[in-house]
Design a protein around this ligand. Structure first.
Ligand code: PLP
Length: 381
């Protein structure tokens, strides 16, 4: 089976992890700060706080944005559930903005309309989480211009998008238009630390808060704990109810080593995407917009003449590990119990009904890709 996504490890990645195993620190050594600094250097963000998953990153980002009971957070339905769950972890409620069928990212006009309604009802969200779907950046400049007058905090869910940039060439993670950007290092993402995540920000106080939330709410910062403890070298203090969301040095070493390969991975993904774009031209499918700045986490087509279940099943039988991203969040049983229902976000639902993810990963060979194209042609034509 040719998988839809797969990590690529090199001998130097394995050496990096081995090196930590043979050192004095498995966690809280120097690998985490080094990984954080390297990600800052790569993205241009001022501060980075590592955590043990993209999901925990989204949680502490919401906490640092002050999300709590009584607040509302908006995101899009066509994402992984973690993009919305983070708000519920904070006791807030969630609502969704439908997608633009062309970009598959948050729809700018739907956002504008929903904000006007929310203003009339005095229900302006505290935070909006913009998801860079499949690695293609949302139009953050437009989104921030729309939400700015309302004082809404913007968080970028860039779990798909490390290595990509926006249409003006700003690296994803720079936080030019947002308060925070969240990354994931799960094995199917741009680079991996096995499990892992990071929150990026340009605000020093936000970075301090993020760091506390990721480590029990505890700090040793002399400014926080006060001069009266200056002669107590053992002293630390808990200021918030935080979590143990820390990344270990083993994971950080893997992530740091993988970062060296990121640009090659993204270039390889783009080359494969260009090939798909060419090869699928005469097929009855809708191809994604060929965004040259995308990190190309995933390659999804939409079937416009065929039944998705049939095509999916036949391709799987032929050894092509196709997948579907994503079941709209509001349609999960948990969210329907909260009151969401089919029909509420028609563009996301319509997209989901017809979406099919084709295999795409850096180590995918030209032969692999030709096999995917050949089998898809046979099934569709
Ligand atoms: C993978 C993913 C996450 C969660 O990241 P983990 O590291 O798996 O916790 C969040 N949002 C999106 C869009 C993702 O794809």
């Amino acid at each position: 089976m040719i998988p839809y996504g797969k990590h690529t490890l090199f001998p130097d990645d394995i050496e990096a992890v081995k090196h930590v195993l043979e050192s004095s620190f498995l966690t809280q050594g120097d690998q985490v700060p080094r990984f954080e600094q390297a990600i800052c250097q790569y993205t241009g963000a001022e501060y980075a706080v590592a955590c043990n998953s993209g999901t925990s990153g989204l949680h502490i980002a919401c906490l640092a944005a002050g999300v709590s009971r009584g607040d509302t957070v908006w995101t899009v339905p066509n994402s992984f559930a973690a993009s919305a769950n983070c708000a519920l972890y904070c006791g807030a409620s969630v609502d969704f903005v439908d997608i633009d069928p062309a970009t598959r990212n948050i729809c700018i006009s739907a956002l504008t309309d929903k904000l006007h309604l929310a203003l009339a009802e005095n229900k302006i969200p505290k935070v909006i989480i913009a998801v860079h779907f499949a690695g293609s950046s949302c139009d953050m400049a437009a989104i921030s211009a729309i939400v700015e007058p309302y004082g809404i905090t913007l968080i970028e869910d860039a779990a798909h998008a490390l290595g990509g940039s926006d249409s003006d060439g700003n690296r994803v993670g720079l936080c030019k238009y947002s308060a925070m950007t969240v990354l994931s290092f799960h094995p199917v993402k741009s680079i991996t630390s096995a499990e892992g995540g990071m929150v990026l920000t340009n605000d020093e106080e936000t970075a301090r808060q993020l760091r506390r939330y990721a480590s029990h709410g505890i700090s040793r910062d002399p400014q926080l704990i006060g001069a009266e403890h200056a002669d107590e070298p053992w002293f630390y203090a808990q200021f918030e109810l935080g979590f143990n969301y820390r990344l270990s040095d083993l994971h950080a070493a893997l992530g740091l080593s993988q970062l060296k390969h990121l640009d090659d991975f993204v270039a390889r993904r783009l080359a494969l995407v260009r090939e798909y774009d060419k090869e699928l031209t005469d097929l009855p499918v809708i191809k994604p917009i060929l965004d040259e700045n995308s990190a190309w986490h995933l390659y999804m087509i939409e079937l416009n003449r065929h039944d998705r279940k049939t095509v999916f099943t036949q391709l799987r039988e032929r050894g092509i590990g196709v997948n579907v991203h994503y079941i709209p969040i509001h349609l999960h049983p948990y969210y329907q119990k909260l009151g969401f229902a089919p029909g509420q976000f028609p563009h996301a639902e319509h997209y989901y009904e017809r979406a099919l993810t084709l295999p795409l990963f850096p180590a995918m060979s030209a032969d692999n890709q030709q096999e995917v194209v050949k089998q898809l042609r046979e099934v569709l034509l």
